[in-house]
Design a protein around this ligand. Structure first.
Ligand code: ADP
Length: 468
């Protein structure tokens, strides 16, 4: 068994703000049959402690970045979950990253440096007699691990795999916090954790990990370009030989299609319309489940929504985030064919996937994207921007794909309102040809969107990182 510690700031079912949580939560069980013993290290936020607080403590440190800390042994599926209980860092109200007013916690660099340092201490001493051979680092929150491994003098015996779920979050901190974070002066260089005069935890992980993955092949290629690399494209080009894309899967137990027939779809659609107060209609019911941020391109959807609704389609939107977008979608809800729910609602998101006809994902960039995969599994045809994982998972209904009978959705590029409008018109055309629509639904529902492929790839990568 390859012994792997997955170091993550979120993990389903305990704490989630985005797709990272789904991935971290799914990997341990997906990897177990492939010979990897994957255990997870997660901060003991208040909600996590509420769920796991009675789990036994298996490690104690008198000081971890300014206060005492313990590691609890809890469970994640059939695998061990190690919860980092450090009240001075994690016992507070609010989200993992933001205070109640939506601002970054000012001590975020220290909070997640502590997570990284805890992972390295576990690698150094082992935990419950278990010693990780590989550390799997998720996003900037775990990015400083290679620096601390070198400081601890054990970089040579522990492999590191850094996974980028979203390059937009880079873990910046002022140069002056080097001392507080316990970072060696010698590493404050362009080859190390320095980034334009600041500290960047993500940069450290990208520059110093043994291997790097991101969550789709297209995003891996995009990250090496100035347009998508967000300032780190140069680092990634330099590390190209160690960079690959591994597409995320979804938990098909949770997101498997709850019906196999068109009648099933109709039943769920009726339930969805009833719940949202939408009238019956002949047009397609288009759904959106998304964070409302500039990344997700929902302003483009707002621009074309009146025309879409004018063609007889309906639109159901579930999301939250940017106040301006929330307000503009709120205004859109005045249209009789539109329903908008601001907030986070897991149960409604399931009903929307099951009852929708199409799912719209007009993202400006999308490392992998999960909602188009949920859509595929439910025969809810994705209309997606041709970027990142969206490009890799949806087969556009172009004439060749239609002739071959393999199309599963609609892609558009460039990511503009005009191109989105064209894709939606193409969708409406296929909607008028029910046989063609149903064929695409069948194709979509046959697509393999579970974890098997990705798990095999991670298992191979882990094995390659084990040192003798
Ligand atoms: P990102 O991680 O960039 O937000 P992904 O598509 O990778 O985008 O993952 C988003 C996840 O969050 C999906 O599981 C999606 O269903 C879920 N999600 C996003 N917004 C909501 C919401 N308002 N209610 C319920 N689930 C949501």
């Amino acid at each position: 068994m390859t012994q792997v510690l997955s170091v993550t700031s979120e993990c389903v079912p305990l704490v989630k703000t985005g797709g990272l949580a789904d991935v971290a939560g799914a990997l341990p069980d997906a990897l177990a049959p492939l010979g990897a013993d994957l255990r997870t290290l997660l901060p003991g936020y208040r909600a996590v402690m509420a769920a796991c607080g009675t789990a036994p403590a298996v490690l104690h440190w008198p000081d971890l970045m300014g206060g005492p800390a313990r590691v609890l042994h809890a469970a994640l599926g059939a695998r061990a979950l190690y919860v980092l209980d450090a009240p001075h860092l994690f016992d507070r109200a609010g989200s993992p990253y933001l205070d109640a007013d939506g601002r970054d916690w000012p001590d975020n660099p220290r909070r997640f440096a502590a997570l990284s340092l805890a992972a390295v201490r576990i690698a150094a001493t082992g935990i419950e007699g278990w010693v990780p051979q590989v550390l799997h680092l998720h996003d900037w929150q775990a990015g400083l691990v290679p620096v601390y491994l070198a400081e601890a003098g054990i970089a040579g015996r522990v492999g590191t795999l850094m996974t980028v779920h979203n390059i937009a979050f880079q873990g910046l901190a002022p140069a002056a916090s080097r001392g507080e974070l316990g970072l060696p002066e010698s590493g404050f260089t362009p080859e190390g954790y320095e980034y334009f005069g600041q500290i960047s935890a993500l940069k450290a992980g990208l520059a110093l990990s043994d291997a790097i993955t991101t969550v789709s092949p297209t995003y891996a290629a995009e990250l090496m370009t100035p347009e998508f690399g967000m300032g780190l494209d140069g680092v990634l080009r330099h590390r190209q030989a160690h960079l690959s894309g591994v597409l995320n899967g979804i938990d098909t137990g949770v997101w498997g299609a709850p019906y196999k027939t068109p009648q099933g779809k109709r039943r769920h659609k009726a339930a969805l319309r009833a719940q949202l107060g939408l009238p019956d209609g002949d047009g397609p019911l288009c759904v959106v489940v998304s964070r409302m941020s500039a990344q997700k391109g929902l302003d483009l959807l707002l621009a074309v929504a009146p025309a879409l609704l004018g063609q007889g389609a309906q639109l159901a939107v579930l999301g939250s985030g940017d106040a301006d977008l929330e307000k503009r979608f709120g205004d859109l809800a005045a249209h009789p064919g539109a329903a908008v729910r601001i907030g986070y609602d897991e149960a409604l998101s399931h009903l929307m996937m099951a009852g929708g006809d199409a799912i719209l994902v007009p993202s400006r960039f999308e490392p992998c994207g999960l909602t188009q995969l949920y859509g595929l599994a439910h025969g809810t045809l994705p209309v997606v921007a041709r970027t990142g994982g969206l490009a890799d998972t949806v087969i556009d209904a172009n004439p060749a794909a239609q002739a071959m009978g393999v199309a599963t959705g609609f892609q558009f590029a460039p990511v503009t309102a005009e191109a989105l409008a064209v894709a939606l018109s193409r969708m409406m055309q296929v909607w008028q040809a029910p046989d063609q629509w149903r064929r695409m639904q069948r194709n979509a529902m046959r697509q393999l969107v579970g974890w098997a492929v990705a798990a095999a790839e991670y298992a191979r990568l882990y094995q390659g990182l084990v040192r003798n």
